[in-house]
Structures are given as C-alpha cells and as structure tokens.
Ligand binder design. Structure first.
Ligand code: ZN
Length: 71
C-alpha cells in the first residue's frame, strides 16, 4: 500500500561498536555519550569568538586614542 516506514534511528558506539538505541543516548557497554555536537566546544567557534573580542578591543582602543587626541 503506502510507503514503508523509515527504519528506526540507531547508532553504533564508535568506541566499542555496541548498538545504541538512538542518538543522544549513552553506550550501555562503555558509557560513551553519543550526542550531536555535545561535550567539548568547537575550536573554530572559540577562534571566531576570540577574533570578535580582539576586534571590539581594537575599536575600543582606537576610540580612546581618538578621544585622547581631541581632548
Ligand atoms: Zn561503547
């Protein structure tokens, strides 16, 4: 009749290969947490954050220098 239902989402533990029920679960064998981008932060995001901080700091220092020159 209709289309077959999609297969249940299942994942295998990358560490020990045990089948884990769904994403966002914990491996029952070794306890490894399987989650979508959770755990340690992305280094690229951290780099962008530092670049933003440096940019804001540069603008702040330039503004201070401009005020000091005008005063
Ligand atoms: Zn495991």
């Amino acid at each position: 009749m209709g289309a077959a239902p999609p297969p249940p989402v299942s994942a295998n533990c990358p560490l020990c290969g045990t089948a884990v029920g769904a994403e966002g679960a914990r491996c029952p064998s070794c306890g490894l947490y399987l989650g979508p981008e959770s755990g340690r932060p992305n280094p690229f995001t951290q780099r962008v954050l530092w670049a933003l901080v440096a940019g804001v700091l540069a603008v702040y220092l330039l503004t201070l220098a401009g005020v000091a020159l005008l005063a």
